[in-house]
Design a protein. Structure first.
Length: 339
């Protein structure tokens, strides 16, 4: 008999660290992981099996199918926004073709064990695209179905994969003699910028926030690449992890849509700088605007409407901006960089 497990792709990334610790802490699930890089030792000890390789490798996925019965997929593997702009074809291969591989994998698993495979997909505010700052200011809190005109390859990838997930859940091979849809239960969160105390940012266009904090803690000067008045939504990493788990565990009858916004706070870049300087008075933080990256951030909403997530499955972030700094970011980052 194959053993029921949770599969986490991109397990060594920012979200993967927190998610594996949280899943393991619950004690409810055996976890297997897939990542291009070997897991750090502390994570390796928490998973039942580590597969090192690409989500594009169908032989690797076949090995997983032969040994395990995957009930839930957390598909975190992705090429992030800044890197995707430098290598758009690679971004498409990883972000779209890789996701399509995993959706097909989940479909096969659902058909095999006779119940839908729950598929959690972290999307992004990059799926939005507002044309100018005046529109961004007027738009206010943007809903999931508004301004879906992404200006980046990463955003295009994420938006398309949201639609692929909806297709697999509702319409997969709809002309077949026997119904084959419904074997995948696709659930997606459009994350804002995420700030982690424990992992170094790795290629996101919203990374000016965590970069600013980590640089200050190390006593390094930091030049922020966006304007002082730049405003987008953010949240602390523990809330992002809790949201993924809450949505995964929500009764199917409560999940009324396939894609949900969530957010916690949306300070300007200058408000972030002021807060960082409060905790690290010697911090050297300047503003050297990168016009191209600035244009990307300007195309994202200043805030999002996450009322659907709050109403449907009880999303409620623990950390507002000040609590995130006081109780999570500053204590953990200071401990990391002490000595």
């Amino acid at each position: 008999m194959r053993k029921p497990v949770v599969l986490v792709t991109g397990a060594s990334g920012e979200i993967g660290h927190g998610l594996i610790h949280r899943l393991r802490g619950e004690g409810r699930a055996s976890i297997i992981s897939v990542d291009l890089r070997p897991l750090p030792e502390e994570l390796r000890q928490l998973v039942e099996r580590e597969f090192t390789g690409s989500i594009m490798d169908n032989n690797l996925l076949d090995r997983i199918v032969s040994e395990f019965e995957v009930d839930t997929v957390f598909h975190l593997a992705a090429l992030l926004s800044t890197r995707s702009e430098f290598t758009p074809l690679t971004a498409h291969q990883v972000n779209v073709e890789g996701t399509l591989n995993l959706l097909h994998f989940a479909q096969s698993e659902g058909e095999s064990h006779g119940r839908p495979t729950v598929f959690l997909y972290p999307s992004s505010i990059a799926a939005y695209g507002l044309p100018d700052l005046a529109t961004k200011e007027r738009a206010g809190k943007v809903k999931e179905n508004e301004w879906n005109l992404p200006a980046t390859m990463y955003g295009c990838n994420k938006l398309y994969c949201e639609h692929l997930g909806r297709y697999f859940t509702r319409y997969y091979k709809q002309l077949a003699a026997e119904p084959l849809h419904g074997k995948v239960d696709f659930r997606s969160i459009r994350f804002p910028g995420l700030i982690s105390a424990f992992t170094v940012p790795s290629g996101g266009t919203s990374d000016y926030a965590p970069e600013m904090i980590h640089a200050a803690a190390q006593g390094a000067a930091y030049a922020c690449f966006v304007r002082r008045d730049t405003r987008i939504p953010f949240m602390a990493m523990p809330d992002a992890v809790e949201a993924l788990i809450a949505l995964a565990q929500a009764d199917r009858s409560r999940v009324m849509q396939h894609v949900y916004n969530i957010t916690a706070f949306n300070p300007s870049a200058d408000e972030l700088r002021e807060l960082v300087v409060e905790y690290f008075p010697g911090a050297s933080i300047s503003f050297e605007i990168d016009p191209k990256r600035q244009a990307i951030v300007d195309s994202w909403p200043a805030d999002v409407d996450d009322s659907a997530a709050r109403e449907d499955w009880g999303f409620a972030p623990r950390y507002d901006l000040h609590r995130a700094f006081d109780e999570y970011l500053i204590p953990a980052i200071r401990e990391q960089h002490s000595g």
